[in-house]
Write a protein that binds this ligand. Structure first.
Ligand code: ZN
Length: 217
């Protein structure tokens, strides 16, 4: 079982749907988790929503939301890397990859969780996953951490097949819901008006899937 896990995702809230249950489970089993969040998601507003944050205050709001989400999950170490939202694909590779490389050297993770480049919908997601893959690929094969990718683009299974990692996180549904709820500037409506039953929540959020990245193909 992996004991040092590094999560590399671009936006505060990327952790919630795809990985929070898995991370809560791993923390419970004794893992140490570092979440490297590339941006503050400061562009995450549309049509005046959320009403309680302006363009100026949103970064501070999202920082607090991220801290709350990580507390709910049990993540011990959060690094905000300070890149700008919606610009990851334009960052020079040496800067982006250099940050990831130094985190890997410092933390020596046995597992990295990131987005599957090309199958993760948002350009920031794809660019983040691509940077992780480039960086890990350059490491000697025997030193590479396992990389688990999150994918959710349309028809992704046509190209990358079924996920090889399927985690039942129903015992950690409370942590997951609290992580989602922490990001209230983004997900005000997503959980619905009425409180859903535990069973509904487990049906909706109780499984998390990952693709182990294959460096040989
Ligand atoms: Zn995102």
């Amino acid at each position: 079982m992996e004991n040092n896990i590094l999560v590399v995702l671009p936006h505060p809230d990327d952790e919630s749907f795809g990985a929070s249950g898995t991370l809560a489970k791993r923390v419970h089993e004794g893992a140490r988790v570092t979440y490297a969040c590339l941006t503050l998601g400061e562009m995450g507003r549309n049509m005046g929503n959320p009403p309680f944050a302006s363009r100026i205050t949103l970064p501070a709001v999202r920082k607090l939301e991220l801290a709350e989400s990580c507390r709910s999950i049990g993540i011990q170490d959060v690094r905000m890397l300070g890149f700008h939202d919606k610009t990851i694909e334009f960052e020079p590779h040496e800067v982006l990859d250099g940050k990831i490389k130094s985190l890997i050297q410092e933390l020596k993770p046995s597992l990295i969780i990131t987005f599957y480049p090309g199958y993760s919908v948002h350009p920031d997601h794809d660019a983040t996953g691509a940077a992780v893959i480039r960086t890990v690929r350059k490491m000697p094969e025997e030193k590479r951490p396992v990389v688990h990718c999150i994918a959710f683009s349309k028809n992704h299974e046509q190209y990358i097949g079924k996920p090889d990692v399927v985690n039942d996180v129903s015992d950690y549904i409370e942590q997951k819901i609290n992580s989602i709820k922490a990001h209230r500037s983004q997900f005000m409506d997503i959980l619905g008006e009425h409180e859903q039953s535990q069973d509904e929540m487990i049906k909706r959020f109780g499984k998390e899937t990952f693709w182990t990245y294959r460096f040989d193909s």
